[in-house]
Write a protein that binds this ligand. Structure first.
Ligand code: NAI
Ligand code: MG
Length: 359
């Protein structure tokens, strides 16, 4: 029997609540598909700060590096907002992505037909939306130096640096074209090449990589136009590949096509160990109330089986179970509409795990 060793990092805010539901579903999948799970829990973010003084303790680093994959909830919250920048919970995310060399962040935004009532956009605009946003995750303005707040004369200056090496663009572009090949063979590379030099280079390198993928269509788009097009006519997109910051922002916009931020999973790949987490944050405004939507985290666990363990059938089954539960009308608060049945985080997790067992 195959056995997977998974580092489980619930984090803080709604993290522990939603991760618990994903674990339930993974355990149901293990039973159904006959594989073993070794789950090892670790501290990260605010929970780690409270216990150890740092957001990304050595022990957690070791745990991650000795695992086959990582399942993460979310980190951050007002309790830790006033800490020095270097030891804020969110620093752990950057540290972990870098440690794992998880440079390609895959964020599928699909609107389930079952959820057409949950989107705030017109049904004809969003029905059938299926976009894969590929966000560069270990470089760009989140990592470039110089960075910081400095004194310059009699005032301060805040600096971040948008920086991309050719090899960094090359490897993310390759991922995008490979993914597009298995989908609808269209890549939109989003940049701001009209004003930002770093993205002029980005565009050039994407063009060069494209020469090896003549079967895939490539178009370039400026980020401001892309933001508008995502809302105007999202069905024109198949794969979107873009820089760290543009991907962060555009994927939140894409989330609204699917009804809720609580629906969008992600896989961060590139290194040996994959990282799986919902795209949303720790939602402190609803933490501890058992009302958060666990589906983004459950589907992130699903992606783990495709991208880390080459078992796409498990992801498909989890996806099917989620859709079946939605089709029966069960909704967490963020996707609730009149005539549907409101359930808690726990209930949603139980329903999906149960559905999966009975598929
Ligand atoms: P957020 O993503 O936590 O929440 C934005 C809004 O969406 C909130 O109204 C929240 O209630 C709602 N929401 C998010 N996930 C939901 C879910 N599963 N079900 C239902 N509603 C959901 O972003 P926000 O409020 O800007 O940041 C909160 C904290 O999270 C901050 O400390 C931020 O730095 C951190 N953060 C952490 C991330 C991570 O751990 N990967 C990513 C983004 C933010
Ligand atoms: Mg974000």
């Amino acid at each position: 029997m195959r056995k997977f060793k998974i580092a489980v990092l619930p984090g803080d805010g709604i993290g522990p609540e939603i991760v618990k539901q994903a674990v339930k579903v993974m355990e149901a999948a293990a039973e159904k598909f006959g594989f073993g799970l070794e789950l090892n829990y670790g501290l990260i973010g605010g929970a780690a700060i409270d216990e150890t003084g740092v957001p990304f303790p050595e022990e957690t680093k070791e745990l991650i590096l000795s695992s086959d994959a990582v399942l993460l909830g979310a980190v951050g919250g007002p309790k830790w907002d006033n800490l020095p920048f270097e030891i804020r919970p969110e620093r752990a995310l950057l540290g972990m992505r870098k440690l794992l060399n998880a440079f390609a962040n895959l964020r599928p935004a699909r609107l389930y037909d079952e959820l057409i009532d949950a989107s705030t956009l017109k049904p004809e605009v969003v029905r059938g939306v299926d976009i894969m946003v590929i966000r560069e995750l270990t470089s760009g303005i989140y990592f470039g130096i110089p960075k910081g707040i400095f004194v310059d004369g009699d005032e301060r200056v805040g600096i971040n640096t948008l920086r991309y090496y050719e090899h960094e663009v090359e490897r993310i572009a390759k991922v995008a074209f490979e993914v597009a090949r298995k989908r609808n063979k269209k890549v939109t590379s989003v940049d701001k090449a009209n004003v930002l030099e770093a993205t002029v280079l980005w565009r050039e390198v994407v063009e060069r990589v494209h020469e090896n993928y003549p079967d895939v269509e490539l178009q370039h788009m400026y980020v401001d136009n892309a933001a508008m097009q995502i809302i105007r006519w999202p069905k024109q997109f198949d794969v979107i590949v873009t820089t760290n910051m543009f991907g962060d922002i555009l994927s939140d916009a894409c989330a609204m096509l699917t009804g809720s931020l609580g629906m969008l999973p992600s896989a961060s790949i590139g290194g040996k160990i994959g990282l799986y987490e919902p795209i949303h944050g720790s939602a402190p405004d609803i933490a501890g109330q058992n009302i958060a939507n666990p589906i983004a985290t459950i589907n992130s666990a699903g992606m783990m089986f495709t991208y880390s363990f080459d078992m796409p059938e498990v992801e498909e089954a989890i996806d099917k179970a989620v859709r079946a539960v939605l089709a029966k009308g069960y909704r967490t608060r963020d996707i609730y509409s009149e005539g549907t049945k409101l359930v808690s985080t726990e209930e949603m997790g139980d329903l999906i795990a149960e559905e999966l067992k009975n598929l």
